[in-house]
Write a protein that binds this ligand. Structure first.
Ligand SMILES: Nc1nc2c(ncn2[C@@H]2O[C@H](COP(=O)(O)OP(=O)(O)OP(=O)(O)O)[C@@H](O)[C@H]2O)c(=O)[nH]1
Ligand SMILES: C=C(OP(=O)(O)O)C(=O)O
Length: 221
């Protein structure tokens, strides 16, 4: 993508983004396909723009099985798009691929951020980066999942840490850190805890966030 920031100092943020058709399936009962696709775009643009605006983030890389949709979705934003190989399916496979590519380029902390965090602010990102631990997990509103994961452990430890996104991923990531002798800190902030997967998640968002997203996605307001 044009206008990509050169590799430099700071944390590299990695945003996984599914293809243009299958995401946000849990909202299928309340939103048609076109609106779900639009929602994926609005949320992804918000998360990427927020990361780019946060002090301490050097670069944003999006890993996806659908680079055409992703480039179109993120047009005008300074991101690099990495294509997820077919042999690396699923969210964890996508992240392993991104980590391999980035580690081959050089050392440095990695911040994984899901592309569906409508309330995420630059201050949330700065707060995560200010947390002094080799592994930092921002959990979801149930205290059971992982919405952002910061790995600033040294290269060997960072490379060996298994991504375990999915049901119960907070406990899985904490266990992973413990198994590798890495201190892990859990962060729980209003801006990091709501990933928009269900109508109930929607109801938990502040009014101003719902107004901003709802204006752009028919059917949500
Ligand atoms: N590259 C990539 N990203 C994924 C994949 N699965 C999920 N993601 C991304 O990972 C983040 C969390 O996704 P989920 O909430 O599990 O899935 P979703 O598509 O948003 O919603 P559901 O269809 O309801 O599960 C979002 O940024 C997704 O776009 C995948 O297989 N590959
Ligand atoms: C992938 C995860 O959650 P969700 O599918 O709810 O986004 C997770 O919490 O690891």
């Amino acid at each position: 993508m044009t206008g990509v920031r050169p590799p430099g100092r700071g944390t590299t943020a990695v945003v996984p983004l599914r293809d243009g058709v299958s995401g946000k399936s849990r909202l299928a009962a309340v939103l048609d396909g076109g609106s779900r696709r639009r929602l994926v775009r609005v949320l992804a643009r918000h998360v990427v723009a927020t990361l780019l605006a946060a002090d301490g983030v050097g670069r944003v890389v999006v890993v996806t099985a659908d680079p055409v949709f992703t480039r179109e979705t993120l047009a005008g934003l300074e991101v690099e798009v990495l294509e997820q190989p077919a042999g690396r399916p699923g969210l964890n496979g996508a992240l392993e691929h991104a980590r391999e590519v980035l580690t081959a380029r050089g050392p440095g902390p990695l911040l994984v951020a899901h592309a569906d965090l409508p309330a995420l602010s630059p201050a949330d990102v700065v707060a995560l980066l200010a947390t002094d631990a080799p592994v930092v997990v921002a959990t979801d509103r149930y205290g059971s999942g992982t919405n952002l994961l910061l790995l600033r452990a040294g290269d060997a430890a960072r490379g060996a840490f298994r991504f375990r996104f999915g049901i119960g991923s907070l406990a899985a990531h904490l266990a992973e850190a413990e198994a590798r002798g890495l201190e892990a800190v859990v962060v729980d902030r209003p801006g990091t805890s709501v990933d928009l997967d269900t109508a109930d998640d929607w109801s938990q968002l502040p009014d101003e966030v719902r107004a901003a997203v709802g204006q752009q996605v028919p059917g949500l307001l």
